[in-house]
Design a protein around this ligand. Structure first.
Ligand SMILES: [Mn+2]
Length: 327
């Protein structure tokens, strides 16, 4: 069934005669960036012109990826496109304003691995049991005998490293290691990927950690920890909005903590919430209640409230979920 869909996706891309828009989600991460670039390298291989578009700036830690310089911001694109490939986006909203670049009669190909994916595409290659969108792409390329060169392998490997937390999360399946081994054979540099994706921190990010940790709060149960970064703090640190993710490990990693939460306020006053759980709580179910989505152990949502109200609303939902899981 899935195999049939992946064949249809490849067929649609091969038969296409129009420029293709490839996009991934707002606040782009390693899996979506790796997946979008992997699609680009595939399209290069079959001589199909494409453009890589995202609302947001691509974090500089991904500068080592081949083709990264081809990403453009939505606001800088004037043309409209009739063929779109969206990767790692659970729903249309995750694309931000990119859909404003779609022609009225467009074909949208949705390639993803989120349980909450609502099959918004005309073709939907959604494999919720896959550990990363890059793994969904690997399966598709591998099954079809698409040649996987070094550049393509580097992009796929990056997504897998990112979404498995460097082969540490519980989505690190035997398949993940077998695919990683196959990608390593293509001459990629695993140290480079691990260093840039998992280890490196800019001075601004370190400053953000210093300021952000001053807000680290563990609730009375000891099961929930959170950090709050208001816009003023973000500006003071000199870091970008996307950099705030560096604070997340300090919440869930605390001994005994089940759910870690990061609240951050953007320039428009929108409160973005990232949720991570350790073993029991389904944080995607919590995110969905606030109009967001994600995975069981990693999810996110946004609130149009004040910082204090957003914190209190999300905390009460998390407390309820934690209480259920531990009673
Ligand atoms: Mn992903």
């Amino acid at each position: 069934m899935t195999n049939a869909t992946s064949q249809m996706v490849l067929q649609a891309l091969e038969d296409n005669t129009n420029p293709i828009l490839v996009t991934c989600h707002i606040s782009p991460d390693g899996d979506c960036i790796g997946a979008a670039l992997a699609v680009k390298h595939y399209l290069d291989g079959i001589h199909q012109p494409c453009v890589l578009v995202n609302d947001d700036e691509i974090p500089s830690r991904y500068d080592f990826l081949p083709g990264i310089e081809q990403f453009v911001r939505t606001k800088d694109v004037t043309q409209k496109y009739s063929v779109i490939v969206a990767v790692d986006c659970a729903d249309r909203r995750r694309m931000g304003t990119v859909p404003s670049l779609f022609m009225e009669n467009h074909v949208l190909i949705n390639i993803d691995h989120h349980e909450t994916n609502d099959h918004y595409g005309h073709l939907n290659l959604v494999e919720a049991q896959a550990s990363a969108t890059c793994l969904v792409l690997y399966r598709m390329f591998h099954a079809a005998g698409v040649p996987i060169g070094k550049a393509l392998a580097h992009c796929l490997y990056t997504g897998i490293v990112f979404d498995t937390g460097g082969f540490r999360y519980n989505n690190t399946t035997p398949e993940v290691h077998m695919v990683a081994a196959d990608l390593l054979k293509r001459g990629i540099e695993p140290f480079l990927v691990a260093d840039r994706v998992l280890e490196s921190m800019t001075r601004e990010q370190a400053e953000l950690v210093r300021l952000g940790l001053a807000t680290l709060t563990v609730d009375d149960s000891g099961l929930i920890a959170y950090v709050v970064v208001d816009h003023e703090t973000l500006v003071k640190s000199g870091a970008n909005e996307g950099d705030t993710e560096v604070l997340l490990p300090y919440t869930r990693s605390l001994s005994g903590v089940e759910v870690g939460i990061l609240f951050r306020e953007n320039a428009d006053g929108l409160i973005k919430v990232s949720l991570r759980s350790r073993e029991r709580v389904d944080v995607s179910a919590i995110a969905v209640r606030f109009g967001g989505g994600g995975h069981i152990r990693a999810a996110g949502c946004s609130l149009h409230d004040s910082v204090a109200d957003s914190v209190s609303q999300v905390l009460s939902a998390v407390r309820e979920a934690v209480h259920k899981s531990f009673s």
